[in-house]
Design a protein around this ligand. Sequence first.
Ligand SMILES: Nc1nc2c(ncn2[C@@H]2O[C@H](COP(=O)(O)OP(=O)(O)OP(=O)(O)O)[C@@H](O)[C@H]2O)c(=O)[nH]1
Ligand SMILES: [Mg+2]
Length: 879
Amino acid sequence: MAIKQPLLGSKLNRASGQALACFGAARPVSAVGRLRGSGRSDTAALGSAAAVQAQQPSRRTCVRVAAGRQEAPPDPAPKRVAVRPDAASVVPEAHKVFDEIIINVKSGNGGNGEVVPAGRGRWVPNHKYKPGGNQSKTIWLPASEPGDGADGGDVVLVCDPGVESLLHLHAGGNTGGKKAGGGAKGDAARPTFAARDGSNANPNTGSGGPKRNADIKKAKTPALEIPVPPGTVVKRKGTGALLGELLQPGQRLVVARGGAGGHGVMAPSREQNLARVSRAEREARNKGVEVVEVDDSGWREDVKGQPGQQLGLTLLLRVVADVGLVGFPNAGKSSLLKSLTRASPTIAPYPFTTLMPNLGVLSAGGGASKAVLADLPGLIEGAHKGRGLGRNFLRHLRRTSALLHVVDAAAPDPVTDYYAVREELRMYNPDYCARPHVVALNKMDLLSAAAAAAAGGAGAPASEEAAAAAVVARMKELVTAIRGAAQAQAAEHAEHAYEGPTPVAPISIVPCCAATGEGLKELAAALQRALGAARVAEPDVLRTAPDTLAEARGAAAGPAAAVASLAATTARRAAAAEWQPVASTSGRGAAPAAAAVGAGVAMTAVAGQRAAATPGAPPPAPAGWDDGGSNAGGGWGADADDAGADLSAEELAAFNERCRSLGLIDDKGNFTNVRLPDDEEAAAAGGGAGGGAALAEVDLNAASPWMDAHGAASPGAGSGMGDTMDAADGGGEPDWMAELEGLDDEAMAAVLAELEAEEAAEAAAAAAASPTTSAASSASGGRPQQRQQQQRAHTSAASGAGAAASSRQAAAALAASTAQVGDVGPEEGEEEEEEGGEQLVRMAAADDPDAALVNLSLEQLLAMEKEDWGDNGAPKGLL
Ligand SMILES: Nc1nc2c(ncn2[C@@H]2O[C@H](COP(=O)(O)OP(=O)(O)OP(=O)(O)O)[C@@H](O)[C@H]2O)c(=O)[nH]1
Ligand SMILES: [Mg+2]
């Protein structure tokens, strides 16, 4: 009985049979095995083209290759995409992300192969012919030399150190705005880069190809090279699959393989065809296959060139730099980069002047090697969640080894600024906080000017001295408080057992002034030390040393003692360190700024002497998270600028007071679980109790001399920047931050209306998806209310943890700490975030049956945790 077995379209490919006939080779081709179009259509996936090419020999069923061919011509020079630094075309996109782009790429189609009628040769022009010579004009080309079509051009990304950004790709592709060969819906606006198609083997068999000499086996098609800057990460759009990273100059990544050229085929003669068909039929029948139809047109498919690949790519730039400059907007990062290096970034008195990282090479500071500094766009609170495009900016830190925290010393609360940025780093990626870092207290000139004004006016010698003293006092206070904030962050990390390495203290805190150049030498030296530390430090050294952690944990038992013990640790380090006085710059003039920087020397020396004179000072602590004192001679931990290392009783009191004002410890000296709230939380708290009141005062605009001076330049009504950030907050979508900048009132109203509509749609979708949470969310009227609910829940959970008296409170603490784990998770896909969030919530609920009793229903808790997880910036993509 005949077995009915459809032959994939019920057709046989007779080309296979022909191969047997032509070569008589014992190829493993069964009548059912060789199917029409086999192996020819699977070129969509990246890399499959290579596999297809590997199969090519087996596909050449009817090609006879003549011996003694000439060598193939050398590859033509690859075509390069012109870099168009046409800023005009991108200016309207201001405040969008330029270091990320989605592009379409399309590799070239393969050219068609040649079909030569069986048994027939032909006369072709003789290229060696010269008039008057003895060569004939034409030569007889045997019929057995059909030419192959050329492969289509590849699309290749090339790492080019001469390119600094992805801007040139934003300027458009090379297809004149056209989408090459179709593409997914909605991607028409993307820049499209298409490589050239392969030429046909013979102009008679297709269109466009150059006339080829039959001696040439296969023409080459130049690849389309797209230059990208070092540090470009390439992902497949849609799946997010990482295709590769380009780090080294000259590195190449083939992102789309050109389609394979069609094979030259000698068309079978009628007799051959008949014989082949009947043989295939016979073989199939012998195997019990019922043959419905025999397709002998397969060889024609072989002649056709394969289509090229077409895909969407997401290109991200993570700069490759040694030091990343981080800080709030307007802190002076770009100004410092400009002063420290030869880079010329844009500097302006409005936030988000810097949209893309600026690179500069630091050769000062006595370091043997040159360091690349990357000035990043400003961060704001909530950056780790994406506020103000923070996530886009934070990812640039991935490849830096050390950080320079730029703090505006003249801002209302520089310490809070520093702490806020540190927290953003920690919540985005805890590893960032374990990197050696230097704090630059920038704009000391403004501090000095303010002090001089307060002391009775600049110019009078007596008041100048008083001003200098006031600046020194302020600087000392700042240095001490920043040290304290760093330690408190480490202590908090230990107390809550957050994931990741413990945040480290700054290697140096350097007062400086980008405007006058004061302190820059010291800053450069400090950066070199930080880089030295990063180079020598094992990963473990960057992490927490157990003994230091133990001290930090002791904070829970005796907070005041813990603060003292932390301070003592620092003092021990100061005593043990080989003090290296900072080169004084005070000799340059009697300006208060110079005095302030010079005061760093005096204070360093005083601190060193005082620490050395402390009776019974314990031996130096072992290398640790903020220590590593073994590197004498200016290495890791040699805090030459650590003016606040040794604390007197009053200083300690001031330090505690500072911590209290920051909300890091409560009135009794206990470390609190208070985090710096975002603007919404501050608004919800209404300048409420405890640290909230102090924290609510944080306002980038208020009372800032430099902002006031330039406030009028800010767009929109009111205080510009502040308004913009609030609007971005209200929208809840970080990317709106960019969009809102510079909009007029009308446009702003339209954007806000759109935001509201979107939120309403979101709420409706959420209600449809989850009937249990819909009641709560609709009752509370959408996302802002949901957030407030979450905040209330969060607050009650935190306060429960503080009291720590009952199992319910323990439950709240558990829930809170569970949420924190989510906060610091690494980046992953969005779906994973959701799943992970739910999982954690379920775990929390399962572990703690009392959770529902802590002023919260389980539904509320679920909603809160989901919200938390979604907003915590946890990981989208591998950034
Ligand atoms: N007086 C004074 N002004 C400074 C100093 N450093 C920077 N500025 C000013 O501060 C403003 C902001 O400087 P930028 O360097 O653009 O600040 P940024 O941190 O790069 O700002 P973003 O790019 O927006 O994040 C500019 O008007 C600078 O002139 C300084 O040391 N003293
Ligand atoms: Mg800048």
